[in-house]
Design a protein around this ligand. Structure first.
Ligand code: AMP
Length: 289
């Protein structure tokens, strides 16, 4: 696996790969990799000839009070995992390389998908998704992939990127990968290591609540948002160490919050804080119809 620190060097390499007819896949990450990321790499390998991973902890998607400086990092381990997964190239720029003299404030030009960036998680993190949309656009322009892979765990992010690619006519296939979980059901996340051992145990409740809601919905003719959210709150309340920051049942396609019973596919989007660690999770659910 070759590691590229500059835009010019990876562009040069990919120009050559493209000239050989290689189909290119991109998997953007912020590093501190786990099996969830590696599952995305495997999907990318199945869909393309040349897989590029990126590691960039993007400052513009963190608000000043968020965990940018404490975001976990272990580059040697990441390199070994990516090599083991058969990734061909790693793009690992620093903020100066990515944003130049604007590295303090981010790009002067921003990409925004306002319908999707101000709702749900975007309502509590108002600048987060435009930071994501802008950096993903930059990565797409640098790598020019045929395919890019994102996790369903960040469901709002995946939906927003699909919309951006559609609206801006970017010729890139966006593939979503289901959420990969620890053996006890907790969604894998680079942030899980920051949980105290006590909270790590308590955090299992999130997946348990999602499981119960999914089973309940299957037994109903309609998805009833009030009943489902009440059930989720009731189960999550069994672990008072976790504070619910947001909990919504949305249309799985548009992310419009469901206000009345429906037979459409829904997605539960939940954010629960344990100590100073914010965990997010999701589950697509359907009624029994
Ligand atoms: P991150 O490094 O957290 O920015 O994540 C990079 C990519 O991996 C994003 O597309 C995430 O949605 C995806 N991802 C993170 N955790 C998981 C997981 N547990 N299962 C599947 N995909 C994941």
């Amino acid at each position: 696996m070759h590691v590229f620190l500059t835009k010019a060097s990876i562009r040069h390499e990919l120009q050559w790969q493209r000239s050989q007819g290689a189909k290119i896949a991109l998997v953007p990450t912020m590093g501190y990799l786990h099996q969830g990321h590696l599952a995305l790499m495997r999907l990318a390998k199945a869909k393309a000839d040349h897989v590029v991973a990126s590691i960039f902890v993007n400052p513009t998607q963190f608000a000043p009070h968020e965990d940018l400086t404490s975001y976990p990092k272990d580059t040697e381990r990441d390199l070994a995992l990516l090599r083991g997964a058969g990734v061909h190239a790693l793009f690992m720029p620093d903020a100066m390389e990515m944003y130049g003299a604007q590295s303090g404030t981010g790009s002067g030009t921003i990409v925004d998908v306002p319908d999707l960036s101000r709702i749900l998680q975007g309502a509590v993190r108002p600048t987060h998704f435009r930071g994501v949309a802008t950096v993903v656009t930059k990565l797409f322009n640098i790598v020019r992939p045929d395919v890019a892979v994102f996790g369903e765990k960040d469901y709002q992010q995946l939906t927003l990127i699909r919309r951006m690619v559609h609206d801006l006519d970017m010729a890139i296939d966006i593939l979503g990968h289901p959420t990969v979980r620890e053996s006890d059901g907790l969604a894998m996340s680079s942030r899980n290591v920051r949980l105290t051992p006590h909270n790590r145990q308590r955090a299992r409740i999130i997946n348990q609540a999602l499981d119960q809601a999914e089973v309940y919905a299957k037994g109903q003719e309609f998805l009833d948002p009030f009943a489902i959210c009440a059930l989720l709150r009731q189960v999550l309340a069994l672990e008072p160490a976790g504070t619910i920051e947001s909990l919504d049942l949305c249309d799985a396609q548009t992310l419009a919050v469901l206000a009345e019973p429906t037979q459409l596919a829904g997605v539960i989007l939940v954010a629960v804080r344990f100590g100073d660690v914010l965990l997010i999770d999701q589950r697509v659910i359907n009624s029994g119809r």
